[in-house]
Design a protein around this ligand. Sequence first.
Ligand code: ATP
Ligand code: MG
Length: 266
Amino acid sequence: MLEISQLTKRFGTKTAVDAANIFVDQPTMIGIIGRSGAGKSTLLRMLNRLSDASDGSVMFEGEDITTLKGAARRDWQSRCAMIFQQFNLVPRLDVVSNVLHGTLNKRSTLATLFNLYPQADIHKAIEILDRLGIAEQAPKRAEALSGGQQQRVAIARALMQDPKIILADEPIASLDPMNAQVVMQALRKIHEEDGRMVIANLHTLDTARRYCDRVIGMRDGRIVFDGTPEQLTTGVARDIYGAGADFSEAATSTEIETLDRQAVPA
Ligand SMILES: Nc1ncnc2c1ncn2[C@@H]1O[C@H](COP(=O)(O)OP(=O)(O)OP(=O)(O)O)[C@@H](O)[C@H]1O
Ligand SMILES: [Mg+2]
């Protein structure tokens, strides 16, 4: 369903993503790992067309994504929703309105101007928030929520678009271990229950191992590993992160492991 072929991004003389090939034949939860500067964000940005590829193609269900323009490109961006490390919510706006922003593409300018949302959309937004365990936060300002709650609002906003793919660029990098776990569980649940594809850039190896079906390792713009968590041995990790890297015992992953053994409400 998703075929990424020879996808390349150059910034001047720097090749940020170098001829990446990724084939996905069913909705999968994929984790992308690699050192800072490996090209992870650039890859995701090309997938949802925030950034244009220098070379190569992205096919989704038979359609070439890299050449979409105007309304077709915006339509793709709602089918392939993206969430970010810093949540990108409107801080002073209430939670429901932030979630409803996920429908902006589909609404008239006039309705947007007067902040008019169809009743059905408001119900849908509350339902999604409820599913993510934060319905009671709906009337609050986004800025009044914890980081983990804010990231779940961002996920809810993405779900409003009913996307086929959810791209997440370091979704838990700003969160404490407890909130990180809740957010990763939410993404996993959306993947399993709705059959949506999730592709997440993750900064710890253990998070990728724990939550993903498939892990892709990048180094210097190239894909150097693509396999299951079981295939991701210490030797492979060393190849991805470099020989001197301390990837085995990241504090956060150890803490997450501890939390996993306790019952945490979803
Ligand atoms: N807009 C840009 N202009 C020039 N160079 C860029 C630009 N965006 C990214 N790069 C370069 O491309 C390379 C890959 O960057 P990218 O942000 O994709 O890495 P990353 O794997 O996401 O890193 P991090 O883990 O720090 O987020 C880096 O060398 C970066 O400096
Ligand atoms: Mg990045």
